[in-house]
Design a binder for this molecule. Structure first.
Ligand SMILES: [Zn+2]
Length: 261
């Protein structure tokens, strides 16, 4: 490490996941308030005498002091702000919903150290709701996913037409188009969800919990299916586009040149 200038910084964050490193260390992935997603080494945390091992588990909201490293930063201090893990792990549906929140936050932050305060606040809000059992877990998860998509620039159309913007409500729903679509725009293979289900998604996106909690199980299930399909479509498309760009650069420079014309 000699010759490498190190700077110290402090931030709060939620631990998204941990990986073992060597005999006693762990790599933690944290979504921080001001520095976006950070991967850092927590040294000696798997030893029983570790000062802060238990504070650096998934779902923990911690105040961290870190040194910048060449590849990974190094955790030098960790103080617990709130440990949501124990409460969330005690309830199976909260635990599975919470795990999906952490995984989605990780997937949505492709770039490390790119601040996303809105996503950070959504994650903290969702974990708090799950820990306090403020609302049914499935609804908390779907509200989080809809808002996280919105933060990522993929807010689904739930009233107007996703393609031309024509005022709704519209009966057809197309995942590739990004939500409800008017009769003129609807692609073949569009679904026709129950209009009450689309209203439930609108309520979840806007935070109208009275309306959302009055919903029936059938609409919740159908809504979850639509939300999952939208997220999956965006994530796969997002991930697929990167390897395609890399491959065309390396394998066919002529094609790249022709694209520039
Ligand atoms: Zn249209």
């Amino acid at each position: 490490m000699s010759g490498t200038p190190q700077s110290l910084y402090r931030d709060e964050g939620v631990v998204l996941r941990t990986q073992k490193l060597g005999e006693a260390d762990r790599i933690i992935t944290v979504l921080t308030r001001r520095h976006g997603k950070v991967r850092a080494v927590a040294k000696g945390v798997r030893r029983t005498k570790s000062k802060f091992g238990a504070r650096l588990e998934p779902f923990s909201h911690v105040d961290l002091q870190l040194y910048t490293g060449r590849n990974l930063d190094i955790v030098s201090q960790a103080e617990s702000i709130r440990a949501y893990g124990q409460t969330i792990a005690g309830d199976y549906s909260a635990y599975t919903a919470g795990t999906a929140v952490l995984e989605t936050a990780d997937r949505l932050t492709a770039e490390e150290k790119e601040p996303s305060l809105r996503l950070f606040l959504l994650v903290v809000g969702a974990l708090r709701s799950l820990a306090e059992q403020a609302h049914p877990s499935g609804l908390v998860l779907d509200a989080f996913l809809l808002r996280a998509m919105s933060v990522a620039g993929w807010e689904p159309a739930l009233h107007g037409c996703a393609r031309c913007g024509e005022e709704g409500p519209h009966r057809h729903f197309s995942v590739p188009a990004g939500g409800t679509v008017c009769p003129a725009c609807r692609p073949t293979g569009s679904a026709m969800p129950n209009p009450v289900t689309v209203e439930l998604l609108e309520a979840l996106l806007s935070g109208d919990w009275d309306r959302a909690e009055a919903s029936q199980g059938t609409n919740r299930r159908e809504g979850s299916g639509l939300v999952a399909a939208l997220l999956q479509w965006h994530l796969e498309r997002g991930l697929r586009s990167l390897p395609l760009v890399d491959r065309s650069d390396a394998a066919s420079p002529r094609r790249e040149a022709s694209l520039r014309l």
